[in-house]
Ligand binder design. Sequence first.
Ligand code: PMP
Length: 361
Amino acid sequence: MTDSADLPVRVRPEIAALPSYKQGKQAGGDAFKLSSNENPFDSLPGVVEAVQGAAALNRYPDASAARLRERLAARYDVTPDDVHIGAGSVSILHQLALAVGGPGTEMIYAWRSFEAYPGLAAVSGTTAVEIPLGEGARHDLAAIAAAVTDRTRMIIVCSPNNPTGPIVTQEEFDDLLARVPADVLVVLDEAYAEFVTDAAAVDGRRVLAQRGLGNVVVLRTFSKAYGLAGLRVGYAIGHRRILDAARATAIPLAVTAQAEQAALASLDAEPELLDRVRAISARRDRLVAGLREAGWDVPDAQGNFVWLATRAETLDAAAAFEEAGLIVRPFAGDGIRISVGEHESVDKVLRVAASVVRTLP
Ligand code: PMP
């Protein structure tokens, strides 16, 4: 065992102080894993076949994922250069932070939001400016706009917000863009966009169609609605010069041929996959209604997860869920995020939540 004081290699102190990404707990036995916002459905046979039929394992993939970029470009009515594919959308977030951030600059995002955001700031040497969520665990866009300084290089807007659930409205987002200088990159992280049923929600595709490509980059993923979390594939749509900068910071060849092929096959199978998404959104609404009936103050949920503000009781409440065979995601001192999983898991969550709420002060 070597104490870090004896370690001859000099790790950057800000990196040594940085916790590594904490993943949702794995489920053992027949517990439901509701800790990582995964899609509970099995992969479609056509998608599995496409993965098996992808390039030979001894060959490198196409570094530019040209076929998938072309396919997505047609869908967003942009050119393939305005599309960038990453090994999960989280890798693109890192690339963008490296591309526009750095020492002496700031990035703004709402908090609490996606766990990876503080890490992007730290790794890129950018100062994180965290703006507390407002009423109903929603983004406070006025406060975000007011926090912009001449050091701000990037704003991340997460809609629906992970882990609390609410969307940002189109009106709020347009208003933010009107108030933010054009040289600040605004990343609209729409990892859960397909689950949204609220017509007032911001829609990245519409933003780009109406404004053209400027300082907004829209981020989406195949991990959630398309059920490819294990393969790691996400994408960004935006101005090619911004995405060129992201590409320049990227680890080359991180997107495998299997991931690209699976994404293409998922787009082919989209009607069936979106039926599943609708089923998940309906389960989510049932879960929210049931939890509210049981006395929980649940924020509006527009992703594939719900939020319980368990505050000081969070770890005890998470333990109660786990004991009942439900692996949920606790954020100590704040709340619990429960993914919308298998059909049978919904009633079970409701049963356990009803007993937990009675024991909370
Ligand atoms: N953005 C948000 C808001 C997320 O919740 C996640 C995954 N939890 C991601 C991005 C990254 O997803 P992936 O890297 O799997 O595409």
